[in-house]
Design a protein around this ligand. Sequence first.
Ligand code: URA
Length: 229
Amino acid sequence: MRLDKFLCHATGLSRSRAQGVIRGGQVEVAGVLVRKPSQSIPSGAEVWFRGEPIALSGKRYLMLHKPTGVICATEDAQHRTVLDLLPAELRRGLHIAGRLDADTTGLVLLSDDGEWTHRITSPRRGCAKIYRVGLAEPVAADTQARLAEGIMLRNEDKPTLPAELEVLGPQEVLLTLHEGRYHQVKRMFAALGNRVVTLQRERIGALTLDPALAPGQYRPLSDEEVALF
Ligand code: URA
């Protein structure tokens, strides 16, 4: 593995920060100062950062900016999956913590730590998911009240949990959900006589999609971000 990639995954630094600290002479491999971010690490070599040994943590925690046209599955014969956006050495054993539709963009969390992903997806915990929604029609005056009361979706026997609405513009809102039903945002707005035309997940709990990530890019989470769940 390249030294900059190793440093990212071992410390949670972004790729550009990792390259900066390597060029700045803060990293040693097998006792030798290395200033070349692309240097590959011989297997078994110790890596030291700011005078401390570092190692790849046993667990991987990633955020990814899902583009449209990519599906949230770990494998699929026909479509590109979110795992296809990751280097092969990172993919093994990853779970997706909350799926998005193929045409939805935004924050997807992935980890091989099943207890961590369960804390995000467990209905009992009601972890908030915040979506930026573009609508075909202007937001009706009673939308906020109806979302707060809960909406009965077609073919379901329980209304949705109270959801919070922030109106950003005549046809743009932020919607906070505390559950994750199939196509939930689209079905909620359909039940209200509107139609979702764009959908992006911006936040899960207290973790916001990193604005530095372009669609299709990912980065490891820092320890502080992992500890949010
Ligand atoms: N609700 C939807 O309708 N689609 C998504 O991808 C996520 C939430």
